[in-house]
Design a protein around this ligand. Structure first.
Ligand SMILES: Cc1cc2nc3c(=O)[nH]c(=O)nc-3n(C[C@H](O)[C@H](O)[C@H](O)COP(=O)(O)O)c2cc1C
Length: 468
């Protein structure tokens, strides 16, 4: 097996790695291990998804959609990134949308209408002059019977056509005829992207009210080509689409940051310190905030829960990683810290698996983790208008939570009794005391979803009050 040492990395990479390692309190080698582990897990997930057993693949092809599901028209352009649009169909469906596809003539050199149609659960449209489609649906209805038009990949050619209002194919006709919002995910060679004509077309489209996601920077499909031009990842496009489709609600226009789940603090490559938090309450709060129209970022420790649709999820493992992710996600209007962050981590994480010793058990030296809630509550710049913490207590719940509110400097504390007999930790219901500087309010035992909804209603009311 080939081996690589940190020393062999180029200087810039080494400097970046050193910074990241210092920030997380790890050695550079340990930092590389964490990065590789995350990358391997992500790649593994992708492989597993691709190799779904046939029965599952069929079930996924036409997922049930609610009668009032939002409708997305996906126009697939003729770029090498078109293969990612097949994944995008599924991601858009995962957020509850009904997806219909149009493929340009060039797109059909990269993916087939059959594959797109099978995944969408409806035949894909390709031809402006196809008499059957024109009688069945018609290009004007295609343009109107949707809530959002997504163009991915948006080729340089499609950008030029749209900017100039050209209608020589079905995609062009629909894009000109639609009065619905349009989201573009450009993808092209970095030089094509940087070309004056492309940038001119893009500026025109943005001025016309079209929204754009990406492109990202990175390796191109062509060997040796790298730079700005890679299509945004399907999950990023799906999140941007979900944000555009979001119904107006009491938190429209507000950015809400939520942390959720436990943290895992490594002891050695195979062991870690954890807690019993399931993440159910934090995830429910993120979902309720999104349903209320907020732009939500969920920073989640290792929780075995599906990602709430339409929400940007940042996955982290340790308290240090969670703090770094929270700092990156600011500014926000509201921050809800529902994660059960480990108070301590092991001072020295062992590089190799610690062996059982005969005689005395080995003692672990612990150091305190950063206090994420207090750090954010005391920020001078970028302190969210409302900082909300959780207090998981087993004794004197309200008294301890009041003391925590004062100590941490946050605005509200949601206190709950996590003694084993309450079944709250990991369970589906919760009993909350909402503690502010001036009041204590005890809510009845209710589902974690209902707690989340009640909290979000209170948050919306508080923001309204502040604006007045
Ligand atoms: C292998 C290959 C890859 C291509 N990749 C891209 C691309 O990523 N982005 C792009 O703008 N054009 C790309 N093109 C060029 C487009 O396919 C070409 O401009 C086509 O006319 C676009 O048609 P459409 O915009 O109607 O889909 C590629 C062409 C080939 C042969």
């Amino acid at each position: 097996m080939a081996s690589l040492t940190v020393r062999q990395l180029d200087d810039k990479l080494k400097a970046l790695l050193r910074l990241r390692a210092a920030r997380h309190g790890r050695s550079m080698e340990d930092e590389v291990r964490v990065i590789l582990k995350a990358a391997a897990e992500a790649a593994g997930r992708e492989v597993l998804e691709k190799f779904e057993p046939p029965a599952m693949a069929v079930r996924r092809r036409a997922p049930p959609v609610a009668a009032d599901a939002r409708r997305i028209l996906l126009i697939i352009g003729g770029g090498i990134a078109a293969y990612k649009s097949l994944d995008l169909i599924r991601r858009l469906q995962d957020s509850g949308a009904r997806v219909r596809c149009i493929l340009t003539a060039a797109a059909q050199h990269f993916v087939t209408p059959l594959a797109a149609g099978a995944l969408a659960g409806e035949r894909a449209f390709t031809d402006l002059f196809d008499a059957q489609s024109e009688f069945d649906v018609g290009h004007i209805r295609l343009a109107r019977d949707t809530d959002l038009v997504v163009v991915a990949p948006a080729t340089a050619d499609l950008l030029a056509k749209m900017a100039g209002g050209h209608v020589d194919d079905l995609a062009g006709a629909v894009l000109l005829a639609t009065d619905r919002p349009i989201l573009l995910a450009p993808a092209m060679n970095p030089r094509m992207w940087a070309a004056k004509a492309t940038q001119r077309n893009l500026a025109q489209l943005v001025a016309d009210g079209v929204r754009v996601v990406g492109p990202n920077s990175g390796e191109m499909a062509e060997r040796g080509e790298a730079g700005l031009g890679r299509m945004a990842e399907p999950r990023e496009i799906a999140a941007a689409a979900a944000a555009m489709l979001r119904v107006a609600g009491p938190l429209s226009g507000a950015r809400v940051l939520v942390t959720s789940g436990p943290t895992h603090e490594p002891i050695d490559p195979v062991r870690f310190i954890a807690n019993r938090s399931s993440g159910k309450q934090g995830h429910a709060i993120a979902a309720a905030a999104a349903a209320a129209g907020a732009d939500v970022v969920l920073i989640a420790g290792p929780a075995d829960l599906p990602e709430p649709p339409g929400i940007a999820v940042v996955k982290v493992e340790t308290a240090n990683e969670m703090l770094a992710a929270v700092e990156r996600a600011l500014p926000a209007d509201v921050a809800v810290f529902a994660a059960a962050v480990a108070d301590w981590r092991v001072e020295r994480v062992s590089r190799g698996k610690i062996k059982k010793q005969h005689g005395e058990p080995r003692a672990l030296a612990l150091v305190e983790n950063p206090d994420i809630l207090a750090t954010v509550a005391h920020l001078k710049n970028h302190r969210p208008r409302l900082v909300i913490g959780f207090a998981a207590e087993t004794d004197d719940v309200v008294a301890n939570a009041r003391a925590k509110l004062a100590k941490k400097g946050c605005d509200w504390i949601l206190a709950n009794d996590v003694s084993p007999e309450t079944g709250i930790m990991g369970g589906d219901s919760n009993t909350i005391h909402l503690i502010t500087a001036t009041s204590v309010e005890s809510w009845p035992r209710q589902s974690k979803d209902d707690v989340a909804r009640q909290l979000i209603e209170r948050v919306a009311a508080a923001l309204r009050g502040e604006k007045r």
